[in-house]
Every structure is written in structure tokens, then in C-alpha cells.
Design a protein around this ligand. Sequence first.
Ligand SMILES: [Zn+2]
Length: 76
Amino acid sequence: MGTLSCAEARDLASDLLDGDLGEDQVALVEAHVAGCATCPNLYLALVAIDNHFRRQRELGPGGSEGIDGDRAPAGP
Ligand SMILES: [Zn+2]
């Protein structure tokens, strides 16, 4: 197994977020991100975007307030 180029890592990162990668590929992406100067920011941005859309999908149309859902008061 070699190391990934930045372009390859970014390609794989979007697949990773879709859950399409095997463990070894995930490890390759994470190893690249950990050792790269520029990819961590891109990777974090991808993760943030993915979380945003994933949450919107769960909430359905009109659920945009879900961005702050994790911090919503639980009660009383
Ligand atoms: Zn990189």
C-alpha cells in the first residue's frame, strides 16, 4: 500500500463519508490527512458539510433549524 496524493485523498474522503470505503481505505485517508498540511481543513469541511446534509435529510424539508439541534435544550 502506498500513500495517497491529495487529490486521491479528497476523492476517497467523499466516498468515506458515504460509507463506501473499506477499513484499509479509511486508514489510508486518515493517514494522509494526519500527515498533510492542507487536507485536514478540507477534510473537516467535508465532514461538516456531510453532517449538515445528513441532519437535514433526517429532519426532512423545512428542518433547517436542526443545525443547532445538538445544543437544543432538553428540558425541563
Ligand atoms: Zn493532502
